[in-house]
Design a protein around this ligand. Structure first.
Ligand SMILES: [Zn+2]
Ligand SMILES: [Zn+2]
Length: 217
C-alpha cells in the first residue's frame, strides 16, 4: 500500500517540478539581461548556452554558463547557477534508479520511481525534494506552493492549518509543526499511516466545501 511518505513525495515532486520551470524561465530572462549588459559594455563575451527541456518533460541540462570574464563587471546568472546545482543533486539520486530507455530528466526518473520505493526511501526522497523546492522558491520569492484551505481540519490533530499543493491540488497536508503520524492506530486513520510522516491525504477524503484562500505562508 502507498504510504503517507509516498503520497507526500508525489506532491512535493510536482511542486518542485513547477518551481524548476519557473527557475528555468528566470534563468533565460536573466541571460538576456546579462547579454544586454554585455552588449552595452561592448566587450567580447561568450554567448550563454541554454538547456532545453526534453520532449519527455522535465529539466534539461541547465541552463547556461555564467557569463565569463569582463573582470566581474557582468553579474553571474544566479538562476542558472541554482538550476544547475539542483539538477546535479537530483541526478545524484536518479543515477541510482532504474534507467529508462533514452534520456529522461532526473526529476522525472525520481517521480517514476516513487511508487516502488520503500517507505524509508520515499521519506528521504521527500526531504530532499522539499529542501530543493524551498531553495528555489525562496530565491524566486514565489511562495511555498501551498494554498491554505479554509474550513478543513486535520483528521489527526483537528487543527485547521490544512493546505493543498498548488501543483497537486488533490493532495492536502496538515501544516502543524508538531502533527506527525504515529503509524497504524494513529488518530488520523489514514491509509498508509506511517510513523513520522506529516499527515497528507487525498482531498476527496476531506470535508466538502473547503475553499482555497491563497494565503501566503
Ligand atoms: Zn494535523
Ligand atoms: Zn497519522
Amino acid at each position: 500500500m502507498t504510504s503517507l511518505h509516498h503520497q507526500h513525495a508525489d506532491a512535493v515532486a510536482a511542486t518542485l517540478d513547477a518551481a524548476l520551470w519557473q527557475l528555468d524561465a528566470h534563468a533565460v530572462m536573466e541571460a538576456r539581461a546579462i547579454a544586454d549588459l554585455a552588449d552595452a559594455a561592448a566587450d567580447p563575451i561568450r554567448s550563454p548556452t541554454w538547456g532545453r527541456r526534453h520532449a519527455l518533460g522535465g529539466h534539461g541540462d541547465p541552463v547556461g554558463d555564467a557569463i565569463l570574464g569582463l573582470g566581474g563587471r557582468i553579474r553571474r546568472n544566479r538562476y542558472a547557477d541554482l538550476s544547475r546545482e539542483v539538477t546535479e543533486q537530483l541526478d545524484g539520486v536518479a543515477r541510482h534508479l532504474p534507467a529508462p530507455l533514452g534520456w529522461t530528466a532526473p526529476l522525472t526518473r525520481i517521480r517514476d520511481a516513487i511508487p516502488a520505493m520503500t517507505t524509508h526511501a520515499a521519506g528521504r526522497t521527500t526531504l530532499l525534494l522539499d529542501r530543493l523546492n524551498g531553495r528555489i522558491r525562496r530565491q524566486l520569492r514565489i511562495g511555498t506552493g501551498l494554498d491554505h484551505l479554509a474550513g478543513l481540519e486535520c483528521p489527526a490533530c483537528r487543527d485547521r492549518l490544512v493546505s493543498a499543493y498548488t501543483a497537486a491540488p488533490a493532495t492536502v497536508i496538515c501544516r502543524c509543526d508538531h502533527c506527525r503520524c504515529t503509524g497504524p492506530g494513529c488518530h488520523c486513520r489514514l491509509p498508509g499511516a506511517v510513523v513520522g510522516a506529516p499527515h497528507v491525504w487525498v482531498r476527496a477524503r476531506a470535508v466538502a466545501g473547503a475553499i482555497p484562500t491563497n494565503t501566503p505562508h
